[in-house]
Design a protein around this ligand. Structure first.
Ligand code: ARG
Length: 456
């Protein structure tokens, strides 16, 4: 098979080299974006009279036909043609003869592949932002259904202070909102047109890059041809957005795994989102959450793959950069799948509010409230902390909760304690007093829900 670049070669490519260097086995995924870019390029070439107008029309029509062939599964991808760019160009020439050879005027695969990845990532970034929105809605809906559930909030994975379950869920909503924001911001740097940089130095032809950018919906064009063909910052940034999103999903997964355990017992996972064990009949495993936690590693791997590929490359294009694609594709697939499955699972989790409350009541989670009570009664916080600590130690030795202490017992710790203290020691009372902006009080959480839902 004759190579499109075969002019200066007299010997064919070694079989092993062909296998080693090809990318068509995976970059075929870029076919739609490759054709979109080529159509915009061909139209510009015709408009600028760089190639005859009717040739441009013939090329555009044939490219559209090729898109149909690929869509219908009729297109034969050939490893000998290395990558998606040359597979499509070879087919073009097969269809329309030498006119097809005019398409690559004023262009190189270097600026072509940079364009393809940008077009691809623009689509995928938009898709991920949409999936993040769905994931956020799932969290908000579950929070709205459970505004009465009180659970222990943890630090060091030790019961710390009572919080609303809804407050805990909305923490993840905030993370996902920042994630979406980060992806939107990255979109600005993805949506820059590299085409027209040619191999690295620009082109001698009177091209109109702004016209191409406009056709493709890019707001900006690149300012330096050498940068444009060798820049993958936008992809690294995209992968870092993916990595941070996965890190958040992984933390939520870890919470879900703990909550679903017998020890916590805060939620029941739906049967349809869990699996059993082949040996232990009693098991119902939180695999979705575990795999999300595990897949986070893959996505971090993609980010490091790209950072490492790029770190030693002299300007401008180097073939090393072909290795960006599988890492990018894998991260895209993984993040999308994780967001999708988590958004499906969350609404189906059964919240065991009674068990949460019991755990919140059991762990001396209102000891801070006893200290706060004493502060209100006039004691400096450090002394109040000491008194409350002693009360907790006493309760532990008597196997009592703070709320079960009698007034006589309280008197042994401080004469500032009156019988209104019991209101402070209930988990509801504790949570409801944390009205500071962003706090866990029911009214603060409801206010945040209103703001999220746009009701304010
Ligand atoms: N398949 C190549 C890649 O993905 C396309 C660019 C090839 N350019 C080159 N000069 N060999 O990077």
């Amino acid at each position: 098979m004759k190579k499109l670049w075969g002019g200066r070669f007299s010997a064919g490519t070694n079989e092993a080299v062909e296998t080693y260097t090809e990318s068509i086995s995976y970059d075929r995924r870029l076919w739609r974006h490759d054709i979109t870019g080529s159509i915009a390029h061909a139209r510009m070439l015709g408009r600028q009279k760089i190639i005859p107008r009717q040739d441009a029309e013939i090329i555009v029509k044939a490219l559209k036909e090729i898109a149909g062939e690929i869509e219908r599964g009729e297109f034969v991808f050939r490893r000998e043609y290395e990558d998606i760019h040359m597979n499509i160009e070879a087919r073009l020439t097969e269809k329309i003869g030498p006119v097809g050879g005019r398409l690559h005027t004023a262009r190189s695969r270097n600026d072509q592949v940079a364009l393809d990845i940008r077009l691809y990532l623009r689509d995928e970034t938009t898709a991920i932002i949409g999936l993040l929105e769905r994931f956020r809605r799932a969290l908000v809906t579950l929070a709205e259904k459970n505004t009465d559930a009180v659970m222990p909030g943890y630090t060091h994975l030790q019961r710390a202070q009572p919080v609303l379950f809804a407050h805990h869920l909305l923490a993840y909503h905030e993370m996902a909102a920042r994630d979406a924001d980060r992806f939107s911001d990255t979109l600005k740097r993805i949506s820059v047109l590299p085409l027209g940089s040619a191999a690295l130095a620009g082109t001698t032809f009177p091209i109109d890059r702004h016209f191409v950018a406009k056709q493709l919906g890019f707001a900006a064009i690149s300012e330096n041809s050498m940068d444009a063909v060798s820049d993958r910052d936008f992809a690294i940034e995209f992968l870092s957005c993916c990595a941070i999103t996965m890190m958040h999903l992984s933390r939520l997964s870890e919470d879900i795994i703990l909550w679903a355990s017998g020890e916590f017992g805060f939620i029941d996972l739906p049967d349809s989102f869990a699996t059993g064990s082949s040996i232990m009949p009693q098991k119902k495993n939180p695999d979705v959450a575990e795999l999300t936690r595990g897949k986070t590693g893959r996505v971090y791997g993609s980010l490091f793959t790209l950072l490492t590929i790029m770190k030693g490359l002299p300007l401008a294009y180097n073939r090393d950069m072909q290795e960006d694609k599988e890492a990018i594709f894998d991260a895209v697939d993984t993040v999308k799948a994780a967001l999708d499955v988590m958004a499906r699972m969350i609404p189906k989790m059964k919240v065991k509010a009674a068990r949460m409350r019991e755990a919140a009541e059991g762990g001396y989670a209102t000891a801070t409230d006893l200290a706060d009570y004493l502060v209100e009664a006039g004691l400096p916080f450090r002394d109040a902390h000491e008194v409350a600590g002693k009360a907790v130690a006493y309760c532990i030795s008597r196997n009592k909760t703070l709320g079960e202490l009698t007034m006589d017992e309280f008197a042994g710790f401080s004469n500032l304690i009156k019988d209104d203290v019991y209101g402070w020691l209930s988990v509801d009372g504790s949570a409801s007093r944390r009205k500071s902006h962003g706090g866990t009080a029911r009214e603060a959480v409801l206010a945040r829900l209103d703001a999220i839902r746009g009701r304010k």
